[in-house]
Design a binder for this molecule. Structure first.
Ligand code: ADP
Ligand code: MG
Length: 677
């Protein structure tokens, strides 16, 4: 077994488990090792009575004393109570509806009870404690994996444990880097991120892997840039005569900023070397039309153009927009996503292959190996923050000469853009279309939730539509975060009983999602309860309220994106952030959102606040494609990693040359930002 072996080569992985792992995106041993915990739980063992704090998980070795008689509570639950003793204090343990639990205990014996102990004067009380194994009484850091497809923390931990028992991971960083930044070895890092035995070890593991991730990321950017420079020769496109007619037929007048950016793009198109440009513009600034105009010109020059977006919802929205804008120009427009039927796919791929001029709009289905463009002139990726450099590289490699245009709404501070998009020229749309009303944003603590819903209902009665976003699809084990399903059924029985509402989340098929969005667009569905799948690009001008549940769980950039789903039409719009804001930082973050609707301002404030954030806080920019690093929080690491990458790529030293080779191979082979050999 090595890191590229299939997971089925791990002992105990049968067909069923293999299928579950595959569904989760884990195919190889390496995928498994890179399936990092999304969080950790810190459990303290056998603290003194004084050290025990309510709400903090503990493992205490308690001596069983005696059972009380079971009885039924008012709500009909069966309550089993057992008295223990811990360091001279009485401990009352209660279980609901688990009468058989008694069989696990014998009076006079010691047990490790795990859970949150509550202090009542001299007594401790605990509800539904778990019996932890015998060697778990020391302080413990328990990894929490993101659990999908019936996988459990136990299964994942066990598999990783088995692998690490057999494999030692080869170091793949030059010694000088490890020394200079005082990094732990790769093997250490991987072991400690999965099985940390103390906090500092975990922190150092994360630091090493973040550095590696950002270094690899930077290297890949540089490689793509180098590749374009060396291999590509551009096409000199002419200015199509029809451009004027297109501009005249638009349903609105372009803003000054849009006009300027379009001019920059058209200038690039005329030049003999390939365009490689990023268009940065806040949500709602009107990036779509810019992409369409750029595509129009290249198409009119007789070339194929591709627009790639991160979700099927967005693909079909852009497709429809293209049909509308290009109406009357006789343009061949196709849509290619994971949803497209096989026959249809075959037909479209044939067109693409035989070189017929065409506008293709789609998802990453566009970068599959069997999609061969014969005559590609321009590639646009929209909402680029969702795509990694690998995908971009793949798309660029579809043609030796095609122009590249990247659109993003992620307003990142300028200093950061330098490292993140070092390979691109940048155009900024710094103006919103006229007549937009400022989105009123308010922040409610949890107890004002009812008020939020009644505002929503009032707006719906006025004819508007609304979104509610939750952090989860299904209720989590603790039940303290709102989930789409729970809220959907709750609201259907209460506030929204007479209103047509629908759920939307990433586990639904493309078809189901599309259907819901369409029913929302045509006004049949009045409210969508959704996860963040709604975040990117969805455009429904009639929607006027965005309610975000557990807003403390989202990054500011993400909140800003979500808010951008409303205020897209003529109506006054509202964003209601419902947060369980216990600490000052959360409150401050909410305040930033209520006081500004300027993405750049928000991202800069965010950056300032981050300095104070804790290590295991909310992971922001969860969509950057990075596994661990957070481009804002880890800006200093990014800076160092980027400098080192620049040094390495120009170096003639054989160690560095080998490293560059390794990462180029990796760029083709692996879609994750961590380089392995
Ligand atoms: P984003 O930059 O977030 O992708 P879109 O391209 O989706 O924004 O545009 C948001 C809305 O603004 C769309 O309904 C679009 O038709 C409209 N729009 C774009 N440009 C203008 C303009 N110059 N004047 C008026 N409306 C515009
Ligand atoms: Mg957009």
């Amino acid at each position: 077994m090595n890191i590229y072996s299939e997971v089925s080569s791990i002992r105990g992985v049968g067909l069923k488990l293999e299928e579950k792992l595959n569904k989760t995106g884990i195919f190889t041993v390496l995928d498994l090792l890179l399936y990092f915990p999304k969080d950790y739980e810190f459990v303290t063992g056998n603290s003194t009575f004084d050290e025990i704090v309510d709400d903090e998980k503990q493992i205490l070795t308690c001596k069983a004393i005696c059972f009380e008689k079971d009885f039924r509570t008012k709500t009909g639950k069966r309550l089993t109570t057992l008295n223990f003793e811990y360091m001279g204090h009485k401990v009352i343990a209660k279980w609901f509806n688990q009468p058989y639990i008694k069989n696990n205990f014998r009076a006079g014996e010691n047990y490790n009870l795990m859970g949150k102990f509550k202090k009542e004067k001299n007594t401790l009380e605990i509800i539904n404690p778990i019996i932890a194994c015998n060697d778990a009484i020391k302080n413990e850091i328990v990894p929490k994996y993101s659990l999908k497809n019936d996988l459990t923390n136990k299964i994942i931990s066990k598999l990783i444990h088995q692998v690490l028992d057999k494999i030692k991971i080869t170091e793949n960083f030059p010694y000088y880097l490890i020394e200079k930044y005082n990094l732990v070895s790769l093997d250490d890092a991987i072991r400690n991120i999965h099985f940390p035995s103390y906090k500092e070890g975990l922190e150092r593991a994360i630091a090493r892997l973040k550095f590696q991730e950002l270094f690899t990321y930077s290297m890949k950017l540089l490689l793509v840039k180098k590749h374009i420079k060396e291999v590509k020769s551009g096409i000199e496109f002419k200015m199509a005569e029809e451009l004027k007619d297109l501009k005249n037929s638009l349903p609105f007048q372009l803003t000054t900023a849009q006009t300027r950016v379009i001019r920059e793009i058209l200038m690039d198109q005329k030049r003999p070397y390939p365009m490689n440009r990023l268009v940065q513009g806040d949500v709602g600034s009107g990036k779509t039309i810019i992409a369409l105009i750029a595509m129009f010109n290249v198409y009119m020059n007789g070339y194929q153009v591709a627009l790639m977006v991160p979700t099927e919802i967005l693909a079909s929205q852009h497709y429809k927009e293209a049909l509308k804008i290009f109406k009357g120009f006789n343009i061949n427009i196709e849509q290619l996503t994971g949803n497209t039927s096989l026959a249809e796919k075959r037909r479209i791929k044939e067109i693409i292959k035989n070189g017929t001029p065409v506008v293709v709009i789609g998802t990453h289905a566009l970068i599959q190996d069997d999609v061969e463009f014969a005559n590609l002139g321009l590639v646009v990726t929209d909402e680029q923050h969702r795509f990694g450099v690998e995908q971009r590289s793949k798309l660029i490699n579809k043609s030796k000469e095609a122009d590249v245009l990247v659109m993003t709404a992620t307003p990142i501070p300028r200093t950061l853009a330098l490292y993140l998009y070092s390979d691109l020229d940048v155009s900024v749309i710094d103006e919103l279309p006229p007549g937009r009303k400022r989105i009123e944003t308010v922040f409610f603590q949890n107890n004002l939730r009812a008020k939020a819903y009644s505002i929503a209902v009032k707006e719906i009665e006025k004819g508007r539509q609304i979104y509610i976003v939750c952090p989860l699809i299904q209720e989590d084990e603790k039940g303290n975060l709102n989930s789409v399903e729970k809220l959907f059924y709750e609201l259907k029985e209460t506030y929204f009983s007479d209103i047509e509402i629908a759920m939307l989340h990433g586990k639904m098929s493309g078809k189901e999602k599309e259907e819901i969005i369409n029913r929302f667009k045509c006004g049949e569905v009045k409210a969508i309860i959704s996860t963040t799948v709604i975040e990117v690009g969805v455009n429904v001008p009639n929607a006027s309220v965005m309610i975000i549940e557990n807003a403390e769980r989202f990054g500011l950039a993400q909140l800003h994106q979500l808010r951008g789903r409303v205020g897209r039409g003529e109506y006054q719009s509202y964003c209601i952030l419902i947060a369980n804001a216990k600490n000052n930082i959360t409150k401050k973050r909410m305040m930033i959102m209520t006081e500004s609707t300027d993405g750049f301002y928000i991202s800069e404030q965010d950056l300032k606040l981050r300095g104070t954030g804790e290590m295991f806080g909310v992971k922001q920019h969860g969509d950057s494609g990075l596994l661990l690093a957070d481009i804002i929080e880890d800006m200093m690491i990014l800076k160092c990693a980027s400098q080192e990458a620049n040094r390495v790529i120009d170096s003639k030293d054989c160690i560095n040359i080998a490293l560059v080779e390794e990462i180029s191979k990796n760029l083709e082979r692996n879609s994750k930002y961590i380089c392995f050999n």
